[in-house]
Design a protein around this ligand. Sequence first.
Ligand SMILES: [Zn+2]
Length: 253
Amino acid sequence: MVMGIDEGIKKVSEMLAESEHVVVFTGSGISAESGIPTFRGAGGLWERYNPEEVASIYGFKRDPKKFWSFAKELIVKSNAEPNPAHYAIAELEREGVVKAVITQNIDMLHQRAGSKRVLELHGSMRYVDCLECRNVYEWEYIEKILQIEQPICERCGSDLLKPRVVFFGEPLPYDVLSSAMEESRKSDLFIVVGSSLVVYPAAKLPDMAKDSGAKLVIVNLEPTEKDFIFDVVLYGKAGEIMPKIVEEYKKLR
Ligand SMILES: [Zn+2]
């Protein structure tokens, strides 16, 4: 049901107070509010980059340089910091009500905001592997190099340095996906923040939660095709709505 912002914030805070195992699912919308460019839609990265070249495993192996200049624009140049929505979600975990965050984002902003249990369906940039000699680099090291040049492996000289993110043509990490499904089934309240729920498994997890008896909430800028299955639908900026929900929730505790 689509609700007005004030009514919705009150309703969701009440739902939080009545729940014990809340799971939050986030997509690119929450990162967009931190200045990270989105992929799909108008102004998205796929208008200027060919996903086959920069985000498929085949394209990457053919020309890692293209991937890295894309990654530079995506992450380094955007210089993104967690926004109030990330902090609000981390606070709900500290409060003990949010048990897990499932995300499609690779930017590590949830962890930087303080979230502990983060299930990264598409991996993250945290570690970068040399596909030739298996040397492992931490993101901070690669990020520094990217400011001036393309990263190459300092041990073997290869340019096949691949971050542990899921490229097109690669499977989702099995253990993360099964934990995400288990958390969705265990949840009594499942909150989607900033996802249009079009790609698998994003489209599936809310159904799994609902089938197991969870209430569903979505906070997104625009309507999605799955809005009809949600108990509360809120259209607006997560960075404005989520902190208010936390504030109201704390009054009820
Ligand atoms: Zn190497």
